[in-house]
Design a protein around this ligand. Structure first.
Ligand SMILES: *Cc1c(COP(=O)(O)O)cnc(C)c1O
Length: 362
């Protein structure tokens, strides 16, 4: 607290990111980073970009990156927006597209950054409960007379549950709310089993749909900070207005170079994604064998509930064994742990420790 702070600053409750420990040898399964690392071609491109041209500002419009993304996702370059991590894209979308007289509707269990943006920008929001299996029911988002959303936002797959809403259900929500912007945060969509799960396929039919992606998870570039959004040109133009009122150069030269080269290495992307999908199936079965309930996941993490052991205590026990996972204190999920899919050695260390912890107390 400081008397020099504005009233806005006094009123904030900031998002708390997962711990980034300085200790070596910790098995870090708490922030959904990708264990397989970025494409070596991306690393080479970043190295090549560390030269004298760093004295020059980067391209404020990121034209080359937008063109490559547009080509990959079969949309026009004017349908692509890029930002400094998808968190920045979300922040700009919240103020630029989701703040209206009627409240923003979000799931009750969802990415915990959403309420933080709402508080920052003074956006009224309503938390729509997921069903008992943490499934989002499209009908709950349909307008009913005057009871309708000013805008809607949800991750798909949802965070931290990992549950995937089928594309047809996403479209039902978008189609039922033609007056409202619907933001679908697809941070984890590349880990869905099907290749055609992304709502990007719907943007040409729906002027109110914005789909947000990140390079942090499936492209293993969390440290470089690259996110993007795809929608019809009017939505993108709105985001550009906000961006150009805030920061003209959100992506630096190294990020632009790394992002482009990452997109050009499709084999690396597919291999890392397939490996994580396969490991998710193995780990899910192993956790179930250890007595944990595991929600079906389409992401690079699982959301699991230990039976007969308190989730927070289990996280603390794992930490003593140098394994960190994420525990969210909100009541509905207090008995769950979100566990990132690591590499094979990390998963074995996790299941060995769980066997040890759960075995000794039973
Ligand atoms: C990780 C994550 C993001 C943020 O990704 P960055 O691009 O690293 O900012 C956004 N939304 C959800 C649901 C996430 O889990």
């Amino acid at each position: 607290m400081s008397r020099y702070w504005s009233a806005v600053t006094h009123g904030l409750t900031p998002y708390v990111p997962g711990e980034q420990p300085v200790l070596d040898n910790l098995i870090k399964l708490n922030t959904n980073e990708n264990p397989y690392g970025p494409s070596p071609k991306a690393l080479a491109a970043i190295r090549a970009a560390t030269e004298d041209t760093l004295r020059l500002y980067p391209d404020p419009d990121a034209k080359a990156l937008k063109a490559t993304l547009a080509h990959r996702y079969k949309v026009g370059p004017e349908q692509v927006f890029v930002g400094n991590g998808s968190d920045e894209v979300l922040a700009l979308a919240f103020i630029g597209l989701l703040k209206h007289v009627r409240p923003l509707w979000i799931p009750d269990v969802t990415y915990s950054f959403y309420p933080v943006y709402c508080a920052l920008y003074g956006i009224e929001y309503r938390q729509v409960p997921l069903d008992d299996g943490f499934v989002l029911r499209p009908e709950d988002y349909f307008p009913c007379g005057e009871n309708r959303a000013g805008a809607i936002a949800f991750p798909n797959p949802n965070a931290p549950t990992g549950r995937l809403l089928p594309l047809a259900d996403v479209e039902r929500i978008v189609a039922a709310n033609p007056e409202a912007t619907v933001l679908v945060d697809e941070a984890y969509i590349d880990f869905a089993d099907q290749d055609d799960a992304s709502a990007i396929a719907l943007v040409d039919r729906h002027p109110n749909l914005l789909v947000v992606h990140t390079f942090s998870k499936s492209r293993a570039l969390a440290g470089l900070r690259i996110g993007f959004a795809i929608g019809q040109r009017n939505l993108i133009a709105g985001l550009e207005r906000v961006k150009n009122s805030f920061n003209s150069y959100p992506l630096d030269r190294l990020a632009l170079a790394g992002a482009l080269a990452s997109l050009e290495d499709e084999p690396w992307f597919q291999a890392s994604r397939s490996k994580i999908i396969a490991t998710r199936a193995t780990l899910t079965a192993q956790l179930q064998a250890l007595g944990l309930e595991v929600l079906p996941s389409a992401a690079n993490f699982v959301f699991a509930r230990p039976t007969g052991f308190d989730a927070a205590e289990l996280a603390a026990e794992l930490r003593k064994r140098a394994i960190i996972v994420r525990h969210f204190k909100i009541p509905r999920t207090a008995q769950y742990l979100r566990i990132t899919i690591g590499n094979d050695n990390q998963c074995t260390a996790l299941t060995d420790s769980l066997r040890d912890i759960l075995g000794t107390t039973r």
